[in-house]
Design a protein around this ligand. Sequence first.
Ligand code: NIG
Ligand code: FE
Length: 409
Amino acid sequence: MKCIGPFSQVVTLRGLPEQGALADEQLEIIEAGAVVVDYGHIVDVGRFDQLADRYPATDTTLIEGEHVLLPGFVDCHTHCCFAGSRAQDYAMRVAGKSYLDIAKAGGGIWDSVTQTRAASRSELVRQTAMRVNRLVREHGVTTIEVKSGYGLDVINELKILRAIREANLYTPADLIATCLAAHLKPRDFDGDAAGYLEHVVTALLPTVKRDRLASRIDIFIEESAFGTAEARRYLQQAKAMGFEITVHADQFSAGGSALAVECGALSADHLEASTDAEIALLAGSDTVAVALPGASLGLGMGFAPARRLLDAGACLAVASDWNPGSAPMGDLLMQAAVLGAYEKLTLAETLAAVTYRAARALGLADRGTLDAGKRADMQAYPTADYRDILYHQGAMKPTQVWKFGACIQ
Ligand code: NIG
Ligand code: FE
């Protein structure tokens, strides 16, 4: 058992509502605070002097100087297991070329599929570990969801999911794998979109389940990807096999989020095109609304209606969507802060969106707040005022990160 502190402020994020708007005054901020940690879990959180009295025989890790302690961030939506670059797409996009022009020139998701298929599993492990470790080091992220979806055939989807599992060995973060074989109908599949999804259900998902490669599946519902009718069947089949579900929804056109709610998805992600109807549906459900500002920045498009989602009562999370096409930056903290500035989110709402509300999008109740019984996943920033963290829009980096109670930086 050890006591870590004192911190100028400990922002616990505990005791807050799961859904809806939050005022900064609702945040619990413990001045001169500390945490007591045992076997990777938090035993107690409180004032440093009081904890020292309460746990007199405990070792103390003294924190020098001004620091604010927060829960480790959770990035609940990434595609960071990929090979190759799509800089060519970006250059064409900023030169005004259309999605269709880019696809015709060999760009788009299919380009990343080709490059990722050509990469070995060990190369994917190396690149994934490098990316997730940057999220840990520079953004204090301690839990990271990683999707497959650049394989799009049985062999390559399994290669990617195995690479994600192996990358877990080379990072202190927890990597949570999601099977996104339903990212796009592959060009080389002989059949229609519904036939491809049927193929995924019969030829891929049983192995994913048997080898415990992922407990979650995702589908991209969009005119250019999968329609709601075939997606409904796929989601129902995957659910019946015991998978948790999540959906790429309402990115360019609305529709996916309604199906996500109907199917009891853990989250509906993107939502840039959500209208009042989708906002009301999400707010009335347990499905977490995940905004992906990195994709809006990468594509030069509007943000998801985060303010309206919160005001309607939805649970809002923010994730980086780190991928080679729409969101190559991967800077979660910067993106969350910028979304907050544009959408007028309180600091409490933005911090909730990258901590306990993002953990909920992954179905994880054991992290995201600093509270007794939770995992000791934590990070400290070099300031005495927690408001400085989002104010610097990602330029202030954590000086220390703890995963499962162990200081990893
Ligand atoms: O979340 N929208 C679909 N999938 C990714 C983009 C993938 C890519 O362009 O490679 C996204 O933005
Ligand atoms: Fe995505």
